[in-house]
Design a protein. Structure first.
Length: 253
């Protein structure tokens, strides 16, 4: 995709992959073992197997063209990283492949899926269409659907966890509301009973009866609107003291 640029900046291991003269046995076995693990959906184990090949193809300078077996290693790492939701790492390996093979259909497909996971639908569509156009003979759609199915499984697990959390929070909120409502009912019942007793007992004082009734209704309404238990108890105490003060006033004055 992009032309290689020379730079004096330090490069990571994946950025410093070069053609390496190696005996076919070890690295080909690594690729074969990794492919078998991928076929059986053991992506974490496959990722670890592919990673064992990196030291075998690691040097201190950038490649002009990566070897085909190096391509297989990077492609395996890109696929496993993508499936394990290591999107940045997978994207890095894909671009490493595209530097030597600008129209590599699988690398382009993986980039399309990465951008889809990141929510960039425009880039996702661009790379997936590009992958189709680069190799019509490859069954890209099948692999696309397989990977998307894996992502949906991860998404379902995440959604299930979120649903459990939301259900738990909703249950706790409902329980708190029920306790709060019960407290309000008890408080209003006690206040109503006490105020009715005092009012009936002092019925001969009509002006006091009217005053207490009005103040009683105001207090009950105020208590019902309070959500803090301490404030409810405080209002209840103030209310009782007020009734006591009114009683003493009527008796001695």
């Amino acid at each position: 995709m992009s032309v290689l640029q020379t730079s004096s900046e330090p490069m990571s291991m994946a950025e410093s992959i070069v053609p390496y003269v190696y005996e076919p046995g070890p690295i080909l076995n690594i690729v074969k073992n990794g492919d078998e693990l991928v076929k059986s959906s053991h992506y974490q184990e496959a990722y670890e197997v592919y990673s064992q090949a990196l030291p075998l193809i690691y040097q201190n300078s950038r490649p002009e063209v990566i070897e085909p077996t190096t391509e297989d290693v990077l492609l395996g790492l890109a696929k496993c990283s993508l499936t394990l939701n290591k999107l940045s790492e997978s994207k890095h390996y894909c671009f490493e492949i595209l530097k030597s093979y600008p129209q590599h259909p699988q690398a382009l497909l993986y980039l399309g899926l990465i951008y889809k996971q990141e929510g960039n639908e425009k880039k996702s569509e661009k790379y997936i269409k590009w992958a189709y156009s680069c190799n019509q003979d490859t069954d890209i759609n099948s692999e696309n659907q397989l990977l998307l199915q894996i992502y949906r499984q991860y998404s379902d697990q995440s959604n299930n966890y979120s649903s459990v959390q939301n259900s738990r929070e909703q249950k706790e909120s409902t329980q708190t509301s029920s306790n709060d409502l019960l407290t309000q009912i008890v408080a209003s019942t006690i206040l109503g009973s006490l105020s009715t007793t005092v009012i009936n007992w002092k019925r001969r004082y009509s002006y006091t009866n009217i005053f207490i009734s009005a103040w009683n209704s105001t207090c009950i309404y105020g208590c019902l609107r309070l959500n803090c238990f301490r404030l409810k108890y405080l209002c209840f105490g103030v209310y009782m003291l007020s009734l006591l003060a009114l009683y003493l006033y009527q008796k001695y004055f």
